[in-house]
Design a protein around this ligand. Sequence first.
Ligand SMILES: [Zn+2]
Length: 1007
Amino acid sequence: MLFTGSKCRAVAAACMLAGGLCSMTFPAGGRGYWQQRVDTKIEVSLDDTAHFLHGHIRMNYVNYSPDTLSFIYLHLYPNAYKTDRTPYEQQAVENGDTRHYFSREEDRGYMDSLQFLVDGARASLLIMEDIDEARLMLPQPLLPGDSLDIETPFRVKIPLTFSRMGHEGQAYQISQWYPKPAVYDKSGWHIFPYLDQGEFYSEFGTYYVSVTLPKNYILMATGNIAGSDNHEQRWLDSLAALPLPPDTLYAQHAFPPSAPQRKTVHFHEENIHDFAWFADKRWIVRKDTIAVPGSDNIVTAYTCYLPAHQKGWQNSLESVKTAIRGYSEAAGPYPYKTVKAVEGALSAGDGMEYPTVTVIASTNNKGMVHTAIVHEVGHNWFYGMLGSNERRYPWMDEGINSFYEHKLAPETDGFTKQLNGHDANFLAYAQLSATHDLLPLDTASEAFPGINYGTDVYEKTPLFLDWLEAYMGADTFKAAMHAYFRQWQYKHPQPEDFERVFRAHASQNIDWFFNALSSKRPVDFSVVSFKRRRDSLTIGVKNKTGFYAPAQIVVKGKKDSSGNTPEATVWTAPFTGSATVTLPDADSGVHWKSAAISPVIPDYNMQNNASSGPLALRLLGGFNMSCRHKTWVLPAIGYNYYDGFMAGIIWHNITIPQNKFQFTLVPMYSFYSGNFVATGWLGYTQYFNEGWLHDLQYRLEGKTFDYGKSDLNIRKPLFRRYIKVAPELVLNIRKPYPRSTIERSFTLKGYWIRESMLDFEMSADSLYRPFSAGYEDHVYGKLRYDFRNSRTFNPYSYAFQGIAGKDFTLLSAEANLRVNYYLKNKALHVRGYFGKLFRFSGDALDNRYQLAAAYTGQNDYLYDGTYLARNESSGFLSNQISMQQGGFKMHTLQYASPVGMSDSWLAALDLSTDLPFGKLPIRVFGDLAAFPKGAGESGMAVIYEAGLELHLTNYVSLYLPLVLSKDLNDYSRSVLGKNRFLKMISFSLNLEQVPWMDLPSGLLKLQ
Ligand SMILES: [Zn+2]
């Protein structure tokens, strides 16, 4: 299938293999090579009312292995859709796809009615723990060189198309649909469950399949329409000859009724390892023939698509031709008689490959149709005829196939220019490189996180093959690929077989390439020096990848009189550390001016790639795929109660791929106070390739705003201003395994905060007036441990934190859990908090240091939050709360001693729930807090509140408290009075929780 990187759309590819030549000797495959052979005959009938397949399968299984077999493993893949506990289901949920999980029973699928006979004798079937795997116990052991006949009826309930096999109305995508032996090879049985992310491995053989269905279905299947069934062939020809209907007439894709008469179409193909068919009553059929380069084979090509998608599919036959010709030339001639590409429902990527037939996900986008067809048809080579183990080594089919797809169907989306000639997939590659999150290419499909599967397999493999091809020379590389194809056609090549062939053809040592395949280190070379001597030029190059590898350097000279820029390329030997290359200069008569790492090297970090890397300032934001050190500016506006409206600029270097050193500086001018205010941060991330630490982030945060003002009896108000400088060290712990949803980190943060003060004195006119009264400096320290499990269902997190100031230490623990209901996007949100204060002096602790049920700007003595009116006690802006400490939504700051404050301990439980109905982002919340009673009283006080929350985003919510415990109710009656409920509407604005330093990775995930 196919993934287009950043968008993670997978275009799956097609394949075919066959077994005709599986005799006992396999001279081309190497000494001792053997493979099993399975010839398959299926009769199947479609019930398009209840969506069932009724089938009978007969397989002839030949044991060419040197082992005696007492059982055969079978795949029963339709069972993947039977329950919500299958590996397919679990992986889909992990990848965030919950459609099957939330599906109705009647939309799911399964296989049943199995009754196996082996050579005519009853054989028992043992269903494995994963219900799409089974072991067929053979009544008699199968000796080496012997064969047996396996047959059974089977019935398949066709699910909705959650992944690959299924139906969408009366459009059928029938793949991975019949009982099928797992591969038995030199390393044993390869039995694995059906997965969306992770493909297949099957035995070669001959297929005879007859499909019975209502007469007016157009049927596209693996192989050739067999025998004397010229009727079906003539019908297809007549459809293909019809003029295209005006596409405006077909805005909808309504299904015509099924014909009462049924037909049976027979298909036959040899040297294939899978069989799929697709049926639709609405398709437009187009047909052409293709002469295969390098052979006298003439292939009949069909494309079938929905009438409303004529625009997207108008060149679809050309796309098929591009693939058949391109791959035949690159690897070896296409041997089959037909090739088909059809439009159909598909959820596993943008397309999916089967021998001689491919399905392309429904779209009217011409570019996507072209890319997907070229990719999927190309799989006839890399999956089809070269039947590698796709599940275990996805780079061998998806990776190599994408390498040719990129050459034959280069994407020319809007990004190409900004990305230095790369397509959008390169963004994900560059970003995962920058954060040291790539994985070795020999990783198995199911072990990749989704983003890595799309990036490592579909983008890194092609990029690395480009590198190898440039190093070996295009002709040598092509000769090696031809030899690999010839030797392994219709067989099961392993990585070592690919390696053997390529090593044999390369004139240089290509160890480095195979080391690179198994490395996860990001590729980064830099040009560090450029020295011209009298008659030569010496270029210094650094290899920062961490593995031996060669770099190609492009050297450019001064424009000559005819306006041409002389250019030369030179390779370093494979190296680590530093290397130099020398070019004759005076000899060539060229005055070399600059050197850069060649674009053929998959270098993610281009800023250090040239001998000169100027600084560059750009507007807004963007990608950085150039040798310039880019930064961006954009306008900034802000508001708070004290400074009023502020305007300035945001100057930053947040980009993809992200920089190790990042910054955002926001200087602004306050139109009200007339002061310059600012916020910003600098950060540097240090990555580790091994060990428990994934990265270390060093940050420095600074900000200064006004936080209070007084215009008491004066015309021009006086302001109180704070300055904060906070260095921070974050240790991000490596995930236990790449797909893990667990994140853990330690944070150590120091604070220096200066707060300027105002005092009041009585003037000669007996009026109090404010005056500036110097400033106070505060120093705090914070140590925090965070644990987060962001799994799809019931994600949770917890944190332990200690904050120390001059007079106190606050220890606290907080936990959050989302309990998913069995309803999409509906959950119960549970939060628990416990905090304990330790005082070091006998004096009463300033209010702001106390534990608070409702946490407002006044509690934010660390100035970590962004509050619109951080020191106000009344008015809507003062009702800004944060989900910290008690998590209450209603404060009582207008009391002399507010309700819900504690200088000892505080425990809180905060619940909120999505409404089980409707789409409005409304939640019901309830908060409960307990703390010791105030001075002079003993015992514990308990307060509570409940109300409605308008949950706009994870960062912005509005709250309306409706039910209050007595203390809070008393406050609201006596202080707020009329319209008290409106006055209690509060809000949260958790901008401090935006992970600015991880923004590039976050943006990538959003796509
Ligand atoms: Zn593919």
